[in-house]
Write a protein that binds this ligand. Structure first.
Ligand code: ATP
Ligand code: MG
Length: 420
C-alpha cells in the first residue's frame, strides 16, 4: 500500500480520483464510453504496479494495490488521458471523524501552508455516516484553522478547497482538482488515419482529433535515399508524444521516392506538389480502409502554402476516398505552435531533417489549379502501378506512449523495423 504515518499515527493510503469529462452527457451510450475510458486508464497504468480501477457517480477511483505501485507517475500519465475533465490525489482514511480530522490537517499541509484562504466541502455518499455534510465541514474547518492559524475561510473564492468525501469503504480527503486532458475517451468516435510529416502541424492535428475520441493510425511517406533515418526517427518521436494522449499508434511508413521521381520526370513542375499530395491521399485511403478507419486527418490550413488554397484542397480531396478531417483549417500558425509546445511536439518538429515534401519542391507552384488540368497532368503516370509498389514496400510499426517504437507484427508484406 502507498501508506504513510501521520503525526497522529493515522494510516493513510493515497489514491487518485478522476472526474469524467463530456461523456457524462452521453445518455444511453454512457456505458460504452465509460468502458473505453476505463480501458484507456488501465492501459496507461501498465508497468507502474498493481492498481484497482473502479467507477461510480462520474468518478473513477484509482487505488494502488501494492506498496511499489507508483502513484505519482500514475497521476502524471492520467493527466493525458482523454475523457477525464479533472483529477486529484486524495488520502483514503478510515470513516471515523476522529481519524478524518487529523488526517486532513496532515495531508493538506503542503497546499494549505502556501495558501491564505480556504473552504471545506463535504460529500456524504454513505448516508449511514453519523454526521451530516454541514457538520463535517464545520468540524474539518475548525481543525484546519487550529492547525494553520494563518488561514482564513473564504467560501466564495478560496485559494484552496478541501473536500471530504464519505464513500462506501473510505473517507477521501483532497485539495483543489487539477485540469484533465478533457475530450472524449480514445476510440469512442471510431478510428482515423493521420498523414504525419515531420512538421509542426500534423502532430497537432492528430492530437486534436484524438481528443475528440478518434483512435489513430498514422501514415508517413519517406523518401530514402533523399531523406534519411533521422527524418524517420523524428516521426517516431513525434508520434510517441501524441501517443501519451491517444494511446498506442500503428504507424505505416510508405516508400515515396519512386513516385516523386516519376512526377518530377513526367509532370509540369508547377503541379508537382499537388500531384504528390493526390498520391498521398490515394495510398493513405487504401491503408485507412484496410485498417477500418472512417476518415483521414491532415495538418493543412487554408492559405498556409500554395497546396493549401481552396482550389488546391479541392484537387487533393478529389483523390481521397474517405472524408478528410483538417482540424487546423482555420487556425493561425501561432495558435498551432502554442498547442505543439503544450503537448511536447514543437521541439521535435523543429529539428532540421529533410522531409519528403522538401525534395523536388518547385519554386513557383500553381496556386489555383483546376482539377481537369491536374488529371491531364497525371495521364502519363502509371498511377495504379506506382500506388501498388509503394503499398507493397510499406513497413508497420507500433508506437507507444514513451520512448521509441516497438515492433508490431509483420503485416501486408511489410518488414519490421523495431530498431527505430
Ligand atoms: P506539417 O503540416 O505537419 O507542419 P509540413 O508543413 O511540412 O508539415 P505541409 O507541406 O504543410 O507539411 O503538408 C500538409 C499536410 O500533408 C501535412 O500536415 C500532413 O498531414 C501531410 N504530409 C506532408 N508531408 C507528409 C509526409 N511526408 N508523410 C505523410 N503526410 C505528409
Ligand atoms: Mg503545414
Amino acid at each position: 500500500m502507498n501508506a504513510m504515518k501521520t503525526g497522529s499515527s493515522v494510516l493513510m493510503k493515497e489514491i487518485i480520483l478522476l472526474k469524467h469529462g463530456e461523456l457524462a452527457l452521453k445518455g444511453l451510450n454512457r456505458h460504452t464510453f465509460e468502458e473505453l475510458l476505463m480501458k484507456s486508464i488501465r492501459r496507461r497504468l501498465a508497468g507502474l504496479g498493481r492498481f484497482g480501477v473502479t467507477t461510480a457517480q462520474s468518478t473513477v477511483t484509482v487505488e494502488p494495490l501494492e506498496e511499489s505501485a507508483d502513484t505519482a507517475q500514475a497521476f502524471e500519465r492520467l493527466k493525458c488521458v482523454f475523457g477525464i475533465a479533472g483529477l486529484s490525489r486524495a488520502a483514503a482514511v478510515e470513516k471515523d471523524i476522529g481519524v478524518i480530522l487529523p488526517a486532513a490537517c496532515e495531508y493538506m499541509r503542503g497546499e494549505l501552508s502556501a495558501a491564505r484562504t480556504f473552504k471545506v466541502e463535504a460529500k456524504r455518499a454513505d448516508k449511514k455516516f453519523p454526521l451530516a455534510s454541514p457538520e463535517i465541514c464545520r468540524l474539518t474547518g475548525e481543525a484546519l484553522l487550529g492547525a494553520y492559524p494563518h488561514l482564513t475561510v473564504d467560501v466564495h473564492d478560496p485559494d484552496v478547497t478541501v473536500t471530504v468525501e464519505i464513500r462506501d469503504e473510505y473517507a477521501f480527503i483532497h485539495g483543489s482538482q487539477q485540469k484533465g486532458a478533457g475530450g472524449m475517451p480514445s476510440g469512442s468516435a471510431g478510428k482515423a488515419a493521420v498523414l504525419i510529416s515531420g512538421g509542426i502541424d500534423s502532430p497537432v492535428a492528430a492530437w486534436m482529433m484524438a481528443k475528440r475520441g478518434l483512435e489513430l493510425v498514422a501514415v508517413h511517406f519517406a523518401s530514402p535515399p533523399y531523406t534519411g533515418e533521422m527524418a524517420l526517427q523524428k516521426v517516431f518521436d513525434l508520434l510517441s508524444r501524441v501517443a501519451r494522449y491517444s494511446g498506442r499508434i500503428t504507424l505505416f511508413v510508405v516508400p515515396f521516392a519512386e513516385i516523386q521521381e516519376h512526377i518530377r520526370d513526367c509532370c509540369h513542375k508547377e503541379l508537382f506538389t499537388l500531384v504528390m499530395r493526390r498520391f498521398m491521399m490515394r495510398i493513405a485511403s487504401d491503408i485507412a480502409a484496410e485498417e477500418h478507419c472512417g476518415a483521414l486527418i491532415t495538418g493543412e490550413s487554408v492559405g498556409q502554402v500554395a497546396s493549401q488554397t481552396i482550389q488546391a484542397i479541392a484537387c487533393t480531396d478529389a483523390a481521397a476516398r474517405l472524408p478528410v478531417f483538417r482540424p487546423l483549417i482555420g487556425m493561425d500558425k501561432e495558435d498551432v505552435i502554442s498547442i505543439a509546445r503544450r503537448i511536447g511536439t514543437f521541439d521535435i518538429s523543429t529539428l532540421p531533417y529533410e522531409d519528403c515534401c522538401t525534395v523536388f519542391t518547385p519554386k513557383h507552384p500553381r496556386t489555383r489549379p483546376q482539377i481537369a488540368l491536374v488529371e491531364k497532368a497525371e495521364e502519363p503516370l502509371d498511377v495504379d502501378g506506382l500506388v501498388g509498389r509503394a503499398l507493397a514496400g510499406k513497413t508497420v510499426h507500433a508506437v507507444h506512449a514513451r520512448g521509441a517504437a516497438a515492433p508490431a507484427a509483420e503485416r501486408n508484406g511489410g518488414t519490421l523495423d523495431g530498431g527505430l
